[in-house]
Design a protein around this ligand. Structure first.
Ligand code: OGA
Ligand code: MN
Length: 279
């Protein structure tokens, strides 16, 4: 059966059929990486991907990048558990973000597999940073092209987690956080695969523009965070048992919806290493 890639019709995302991710042939990986660069996020239904197959599939796409902050899955350290328990009030990733933008070479993307879903809710929203960039005025595009921005893991995992109740924090995250030095990326990057311009700042990790104070940066960053989450640029994915999503971190944001209080949700995430990004 051939691979079929059906765009969602929204600003980003495509449904992929004709592939069993648990039995991947090597030829599929180039097609998927290219499709990711084009559509930003790929969705798969009715997949049978036990942890070993999840890891093998990830390795067929690239090198695995183990998240430094999450508590690892005990049997499979390559897999990050994205877990919400009934008593939790926060969910992981509930602000719009891209994974690992605080690294010198930000992650290419992540592969999220649904393991246990709430009876309703728990969708994931995605937003296209190609569309967000394209919709800006020529004047704003030119201004942003002259800027670089600072991305900080301390912002999310230091300042951010300090607001989370301690019991929720200690269960999900390591006791000691390996904060790296802040990194700087261009505000507008060229996507490494598609070559298209992308708006590359995000609410969780971008703290200021290089050479600007946080206070000076805040109004323009706030505008970009609001702009990037315009409904026009988004697609909302509803999980079912057997669903898998792969997103490209360089051209999308994502956000976990916190709307299933009192229920359990467990996802397995494997993150893929990326390359340094440039304007
Ligand atoms: C993540 C994440 C979203 C979700 O795993 O990086 O943000 O819906 N997850 O669980
Ligand atoms: Mn995330």
């Amino acid at each position: 059966m051939g691979i079929d890639i059906e765009p969602t019709g929204a600003a980003l995302g495509a449904f992929v059929s004709g592939l069993e991710l648990g039995k991947l042939d090597a030829d599929a990986s180039d097609t998927l990486i290219e499709a990711l660069g084009e559509h930003g996020v790929l969705f798969f239904r009715d997949q049978d991907v036990p942890p070993e197959a999840h890891i093998a599939f990830a390795e067929s796409l690239g090198e695995i990048d183990v998240n430094a902050f999450f508590s690892p899955n005990e049997m499979y350290p390559q897999i990050a558990e994205v877990r919400t328990r009934p008593e939790n009030t926060y969910v992981i990733g509930e602000a719009w973000h891209t994974d690992h933008s605080y690294e010198e070479a930000p992650a290419l993307g992540s592969i999220l597999v649904a393991r246990q879903l709430p009876s309703r809710g728990g969708d994931t929203a995605f937003s296209s940073m190609y569309a967000a960039y394209d919709a800006l005025s020529d004047g704003m595009k030119e201004t942003l092209r002259g800027l670089r921005a600072v991305h900080s893991s301390y912002e999310a995992f230091g300042v951010g987690l300090s607001k989370m109740p301690e019991a929720e924090r200690t269960e999900r995250f390591k006791d000691e956080y390996p904060f790296g030095p802040d990194v700087v990326h261009p505000v507008v990057i060229s996507h490494p695969v598609s070559g298209r311009p992308v708006l590359y700042v995000n609410r969780s990790f971008t703290t200021r523009f290089e050479g600007w104070t946080e206070r000076e940066s805040r109004p323009l960053l706030e505008y970009l965070f609001e702009h990037g989450s315009s409904v026009e640029f988004t697609y909302r994915f509803s999980w079912e048992p057997g669903s898998v999503a792969i997103w490209d971190n360089r051209c999308t944001w994502h956000k976990a919806l916190n709307d299933y209080r009192g229920e359990t949700r467990l996802m397995h995430r494997i993150t893929l290493k990326g390359c340094p990004i440039a304007a």
